[in-house]
Design a protein around this ligand. Structure first.
Ligand code: ADP
Ligand code: MG
Length: 263
């Protein structure tokens, strides 16, 4: 049985025209421990698919099953990290992570909760920043805390929507490599949204290339995980894969421009 089974789902936003489906008959199975990137241009439905996986939106038809059971709403089996820092600004980094520990539903003594919070902060390289408030942390550090909080929820599944979209390139690479390592160490099943081809290749076992409303192609990535950019970026396999993804990605953008100009 797959960990996640997306089975012929269609969805349009309530209130929008029925013909304006955001997703039309999308199916995809994801195995336990797999890292899947949803890659595609803006507006193609990546965040919509993630919101359905999260359980915030319900499909018009079809269903999503996790471990064989159809989901009906958000659950403790899924933790989410968004692009925009979702930390509570009035809580320190440690207390933000404590919130995640309480969300997990697992009962720990207070002392154990604090020990775990410090453990998850050190997993993301912030062992000494527990007493600082989000406003006292850089954007990259805030996203590290958000990742620590998501790990603290002890969910099997991590859903991440362009979590590094607002972070500058050097820090972004550090965070990508961190997520690559943590996803393996903590055996998470990850669905990660991005419009960055290199980010997808660094992270994914499979890249799901989306076009508006549909999956255009599913491309496997053979490099063993976890990955570091320096070890793969110069290889012939990387260059070929990148070319292939570029053609899938840009052909569809070209199709859209053509439709806009001609129709
Ligand atoms: P992506 O994440 O790939 O950029 P989205 O999933 O956000 O794309 O959007 C897919 C489609 O659904 C777009 O046409 C977008 O305009 C539409 N859409 C997204 N959010 C809403 C909403 N809350 N209400 C109505 N339409 C929406
Ligand atoms: Mg989006």
């Amino acid at each position: 049985m797959s960990k996640i089974n997306i089975d012929h789902i269609s969805f349009h936003y309530p209130g929008s025209d029925q013909r304006e489906t955001a997703l039309d008959d999308v199916s995809l199975s994801i195995e336990a421990g797999e890292f899947v990137c949803l890659l595609g241009p803006s507006g193609c439905g990546k965040s919509t698919l993630l919101s359905l996986l999260e359980g915030l939106n319900q499909a018009d038809s079809g269903e999503i099953r996790i471990d064989g059971t159809a989901i009906t709403g958000p659950g403790r089996d899924r933790a989410v990290v968004f692009q925009h820092y979702s930390l509570f600004p009035w809580l320190t980094a440690q207390k933000n992570v404590l919130f995640g520990i309480r969300q997990s539903g697992i009962r720990h003594s207070r002392e154990e909760q604090r020990r775990l919070a410090d453990h998850y902060l050190s997993c993301v390289g912030l062992g000494s920043a527990g007493g600082r408030y989000p406003a006292e942390l850089s954007g990259g550090m805030q996203q590290r805390v958000a990742i620590a909080r998501a790990l603290a929820m002890e969910a099997d599944i991590l859903l991440m929507d362009e979590p590094f979209g607002a972070i500058d390139p050097k820090l972004r690479q550090d965070l990508q490599e961190l997520v690559s390592r943590l996803s393996v160490e903590h055996q998470k099943t990850v669905v990660f949204v991005t419009h960055d081809i290199d980010e997808a290749i660094l992270l994914a076992d499979r890249i799901v290339v989306m076009e508006p409303k549909h999956i255009r192609a599913v491309v496997p990535v053979g490099f063993p995980r976890p990955r570091r950019r320096d070890n793969i970026a110069q290889t012939e396999d990387y260059i070929q894969l990148r070319k292939h993804l570029m053609s899938l990605f840009y052909e569809q953008v070209a199709d859209e421009i053509y439709e806009e100009v001609v129709l």
